[in-house]
Design a binder for this molecule. Sequence first.
Ligand SMILES: [Zn+2]
Length: 273
Amino acid sequence: MTDSLSRAATPVGLWLAFRGRELLLGEDGALPFGAALQALGGLPRGVQFLGDLDGQPCYGAELAHDALPPPGSGFHDFKRLYGRLPPATAALANRALELVEWDRTHRFCGVCGAPTAQPDARKVRICSNPECGHEHYPRVSPVVIVAVERGEEILLGRSPHFPPGFYSVLAGFVDAGETAEEAVHREVFEEVALRVRELRYFASQPWPFPHSLMLGYQAEYAGGELVCAADEIEDAAFFHVDRLPANLPGRFTIAHWLMRDFCRRHGRELASA
Ligand SMILES: [Zn+2]
């Protein structure tokens, strides 16, 4: 066991401890120190050293699904915390949640079925079967998210599982063997039967639910009649910059940044959700 993991055996440092997708925070919204976790009885599982924050070592970990918060602390839905945590803490929490999920889902080798182990602080789980020895690294799944624009209009759609009245730009997973740009063309055509051109890379955002990386693009409408894919898109339309839906993605999402950029280029400000 390396220094970082043995340090985790004693409850020091700051902890990004998740119960499912809920993050444990103190009453003041601060990360708990290791001592607070002792009240939970025993160390959490899947402990991962994340690095230092404000001079304190930080660890990610998974708590039991029925864990109760220690006195003076509580569990918070991590998605709802977006934008409310300091950026450095949020980045560590993103990483912690993805690593906890990777640890939980890679305890057995996908090649031969033998147990795996993480021999040190490196983020790799190695198959214990000497005949195999396969190395399992954290997985990141790229997703393209695209603002399709047509003059002063932007294409927004809603899938059936969105809250009532909620609209966003289109998004979808990159397929195996596909470039991100090919994925943009394919997703837009599959979801709304439109063609796009002049793709421009915009920005990216990790989305740890459970391990996506959102790749943002802007594109121009190039042709086609809008037809929504059954089961995937309940409604989609081009919205004028002055008549956007009221219920849009929160300001800490890349979807919001894409819409805000569209509005700014047309001399408007996007209201912050
Ligand atoms: Zn194996």
